[in-house]
Design a protein around this ligand. Structure first.
Ligand code: AMP
Ligand code: MG
Length: 469
């Protein structure tokens, strides 16, 4: 398998990473490969199906030109500072420049222990690998900036969690794996030269128009605010928005206990470890701003006039809610078929969401059904919905805009769980079928895909998700 690597991270200051080979595994077997993504990366899609590819995606064979390494980072986890995290189970093979001219990382997640593993085994089990593959590719198809999945393999080895489980590795592709926590660790250690090198690297790689750290901060805030607005528009809950799980390039990263809501409620939490609901659906924009404040703090050491920088960076973070609110209005306006939403439309949107929350409407299916008779069925109080509906109709909604803004199919939790359960028994057919459905989210439903649009019954509903460890 030929990959035209060009490894710029490996040329950064040595304290930012550790050269690290993946630990070979017993018996790699491919579960899924992504031909479309391979093509974008300039790889030969047919090479994905050769036996050698499984060896590459398992970390058993290192392709020519790779410079395998694990990255150092730190982060605030649930608000608490952790001075060292890092790739505890991931190895960056290297970077490639795609046919679109964009540089991307190719990383093996679940590739064995690294100097940053702390107590962990460096491995992943099949469940979280399938979940990340499904949800990240679904997000891409939904038009949300995200890391992607190039391949998933089983290792032929067992992983010990609360159970004995099949081991797996996902090949993750990202514009980079640089996180807010990558900046934080260097700032906290007083590594100002390395921090400057990282900042220069990130500007050149992701924000070439930025003139310096202040400008970079503005641009990261802008992308992150818009990213979170897109999550909100899809009922997506990331679940673990720690600063080490916030990509500086503005992509959704680290699909652990993430989930799409079925029934709409703003305080929805899925993650089993999110005891206090810090990362609940409605908290995501505020947490996003909190995370940007941590990035701002990390950039201060680069500024000649620190007092001025504190003033300026505080103002930059305070601009985030306004950017987010404008993006949110655009996203939800489109969902209602309104291309140029005004503040009055904000009330219209909020009125609908409030009815949905009160009546336990399905988030995705309510929006998908708007404009058809089926929408009314999502509500208990039909009079209230009818009154809202007349108000909305008076606004002259554009059905074509709605069709592009309201997916029919999302990767619903109960379907993901079903695919994982079958996968544990070696049956990947449910995974493959689900992947096909969730990667065409806006297509009209067919006989094959209609079942994936159905909301779970009360019995089927999955309300708890777990970290991908
Ligand atoms: P996450 O919650 O997946 O974002 O992971 C938080 C930190 O724990 C990161 O530094 C991961 O690399 C590390 N980690 C998670 N799972 C494992 C594992 N099985 N072995 C080693 N490190 C891990
Ligand atoms: Mg993480």
């Amino acid at each position: 398998m030929r990959i035209a690597f060009d490894n710029s991270y490996a040329r950064l200051p040595a304290q930012m990473f550790t050269p690290q080979l993946p630990t070979p595994v017993a018996a790699p077997a491919v579960i899924a490969v992504n031909e479309g993504l391979a093509e974008l990366l300039g790889l030969d899609p047919s090479a994905l199906h050769k036996p050698e590819a499984a060896q590459v995606f398992a970390g058993n064979h290192i392709p020519d030109g790779a410079a395998p390494l694990s990255q150092l980072y730190a982060g605030h986890q649930f608000g608490h500072w952790n001075p060292q995290l890092g790739d505890g189970r991931a190895v960056l093979l290297g970077e490639v420049i795609g046919t679109d001219g964009i540089r991307r990382d190719i990383q093996l997640k679940g590739a064995g222990r690294t100097p940053y593993s702390r107590g962990g085994d460096g491995r992943a089990w099949l469940g979280p690998v399938m979940r990340e593959y499904l949800v990240s590719e679904a997000m891409y198809a939904l038009g949300v900036p995200t890391t992607r999945a190039l391949a998933a393999v089983t290792t032929g080895e067992q992983v010990y969690r609360e159970d004995i489980l099949p081991g797996a590795i996902i090949t993750r592709v990202a514009q980079s794996h640089i996180r807010v926590g990558t900046f934080q660790v260097l700032a906290a250690r007083g590594e100002t030269a390395a921090l400057q090198a990282l900042t220069d690297h990130v500007i050149a790689r992701h924000y070439p128009a930025a003139t310096g750290p202040a400008d970079l901060l503005d641009m990261v805030i802008d992308r992150t605010a818009k990213l979170i607005a897109q999550w909100m528009g899809l009922g997506f809950i990331h679940g673990v928005m720690n600063t080490d799980n916030v990509a500086i390039a503005g992509e959704t990263i680290d699909y652990g206990p993430c989930a799409f809501m079925d029934v709409y409620h703003p305080q929805t939490v899925f993650s089993a470890i999110d005891q206090y609901g810090r990362y609940a659906y409605a908290n995501q924009p505020a947490i996003g701003a909190w995370n940007m404040a941590q990035l701002a703090t990390s950039l201060i050491p680069l500024m000649a006039d620190r007092d001025q920088a504190i003033t300026d960076f505080t103002a930059a973070v305070h601009r985030m809610p306004g950017i987010y609110q404008a993006a949110w209005l655009q996203v939800f306006g489109a969902k209602l078929g309104i291309a140029d939403p005004t503040e009055d439309d904000r009330n219209l949107i909020e009125a609908l969401l409030s009815l949905m929350a009160t009546d336990g409407a399905d988030f995705t299916n309510t929006f998908a059904a708007l404009g058809t008779a089926a929408a009314r069925d999502q509500f208990l109080d039909h009079d209230a919905f009818d009154a809202w509906h007349s108000r909305w109709q008076a606004r002259g909604p554009d059905a074509a805009l709605m069709a592009q803004a309201n997916p029919r199919i999302i990767s619903r939790n109960h379907r993901i769980e079903e695919a994982i359960l079958a996968g544990r028994d070696g049956d990947y057919a449910p995974f493959t079928a689900l992947l096909a459905a969730v990667t065409r989210p806006y297509a009209p439903l067919t006989a094959e895909t209609a079942a994936y649009a159905r909301a779970p019954t009360t019995d089927e509903r999955v309300t708890r998700t777990f970290c991908g460890t």
